[in-house]
Design a protein around this ligand. Structure first.
Ligand SMILES: [Zn+2]
Length: 449
């Protein structure tokens, strides 16, 4: 009997130690919850959402709340209470994520400073059963005033397929600003004078644009407030040139194997291969070119007019509508996105202007190609090269030889295909070869600073 009670007493003792251990570990713990706030709001505009991640590994969460305090006024953003589920380990909710949205205007907040507070408590029995508490605080700025945009430039005569420059000032720091022309966004860069708040955006009207519907300057401040401003502009028509290109069997025999070697999925009779090259590969190549011309050096690297191939004859123009014929039948129609210049065979190609090489290599229908970044979103490209004499990252000077002409890619004879782009939109290079045009349409708009 004595042995039996002794055994029971031992079991009870063990059970008590176990219960005490559990109680001590879960319910009498003294570690407050952890809080992670992301993104940490600094400047709050018309609407700001932030997420709070609360973690409590032992007793679990019991309560979370968020408040804003401004000039003694306490505004509750929201709270959440967690049920005490099991006696031995509190709520059992070790982790939770809550998002709150602050809309200062609806909450009646004033412009200026406020204090954002997030409070979390766990299910511990400590502190008179209120649990361990952690309060996270952050000073925030309430700013619901959109920036003001003031136009500085005056000449906005943009030709379809051509370029232009808009100069304006914004009265507060921005996170993003530029000019929208329909679906194209042309980022603006700080003005060359270094004057605070002055921005310049190089813009372009795509060659197939008709009358754009959405044309405005946009500025987004640190609080996310958006301002938009229209500017007066005039759209000039572009010249239309239609030309016929006859595709011979000899041309197909000479050129298609090069593409079939580069693009293994090209199969079938040569006229069909040509069609795929002229449409699908062309589109793929143009998309690749645009991707190299999105990010640009934030200042002007070029000066003066752009140089073209010396002593060359004009062979084909920008935006030419090309009708392709094979054995007397029209098989395709494409637009030409540059100017073709022909000189003597294997002529030296000068860099159009000072810039940085962003691409140097084979580029499908364009053959061996070099793309230069001239800053502020302006790029020039040189195609059908024989030899490339520069590498990506090289700084080149206007007139410096960057390669030798040839007929690599989809070219019938030795010539230079000279292309230009503004923030990924192909533009007519001829404007950039003309000092007077540059003076009147670009420099005149910056010169006021
Ligand atoms: Zn060309």
């Amino acid at each position: 009997m004595g042995k039996f009670f002794g055994y029971i007493a031992f079991l009870v003792f063990i059970a008590l130690i176990g219960a005490g251990g559990i109680l001590g570990y879960f319910l009498l713990e003294g570690v407050p919850p952890r809080l992670e706030v992301s993104p940490v709001p600094k400047v709050i505009g018309r609407k700001c959402t932030f997420t709070v991640k609360a973690i409590d590994r032992r007793s679990g969460l019991s309560y979370i709340s968020a408040t804003l305090v401004q000039r003694g006024r306490v505004i509750r953003l929201g709270s959440k209470t967690y049920r005490h589920r099991e006696w031995w380990r509190g709520s059992g909710i070790k982790e939770d994520k809550i998002s709150w949205t602050i809309r200062p205007i609806e909450l009646g907040l004033s412009q200026g400073d406020a204090l954002l507070q997030v409070c979390a408590r766990d299910s511990s029995w400590r502190n008179d059963l209120k649990g361990n508490e952690l309060v996270w605080k952050d000073r925030v700025q309430i700013d619901t005033t959109p920036p003001q945009i003031g136009l500085e430039s005056t000449v906005h005569n943009i030709r379809i397929g051509g370029s232009g420059l808009i100069c304006y000032r914004v009265n507060k720091p921005v996170t993003r600003t530029g000019v929208w022309i329909d679906q194209h966004f042309f980022p603006a860069y700080p003005g060359p004078g270094g004057k605070e708040g002055i921005y310049v955006a190089m813009v372009a009207l795509p060659f197939d644009a008709t009358r754009p519907k959405r044309v405005f300057i946009e500025a987004v401040d640190q609080a996310g407030n958006i301002a938009r401003a229209c500017f007066p502009y005039r759209i000039l028509p572009r010249g239309l040139r239609v030309c016929r290109i006859d595709i011979s069997d000899q041309f197909l025999d000479q050129k298609m194997p090069e593409f079939m070697a580069r693009y293994p999925d090209l199969k079938g009779p040569l006229p069909e291969v040509f069609l795929k090259v002229n449409t699908e590969i062309r589109r793929r190549n143009n998309a690749e070119i645009r991707s190299y011309c999105r990010k640009s050096v934030p200042h002007m690297l070029w000066h003066g007019r752009f140089e073209r191939l010396p002593g060359s004859a004009f062979e084909a123009g920008f935006g030419d509508e090309r009708h392709y014929f094979y054995r007397g039948k029209e098989i395709d129609r494409e637009f030409h996105m540059g100017v073709d210049l022909a000189s003597v065979a294997h002529a030296k190609i000068p860099a159009g202007n000072d810039g940085i090489v962003v691409f140097a290599g084979y580029l499908g229908i364009y053959g061996n190609t070099v793309i230069l970044d001239h800053g502020l979103g302006l790029f020039s490209m040189y195609s059908h090269m024989n030899e490339i004499r520069v590498s990506v990252g090289d700084k080149v000077e206007r007139g410096e030889t960057i390669g030798i002409t040839d007929s690599t890619g989809l070219a019938g004879g030795d010539h230079l295909h000279y292309g230009m782009l503004v923030s990924g939109v192909f533009v007519n290079p001829m404007e950039w070869w003309d000092q007077k045009w540059i003076q009147d349409h670009i420099l005149a708009n910056i010169a006021t600073h």
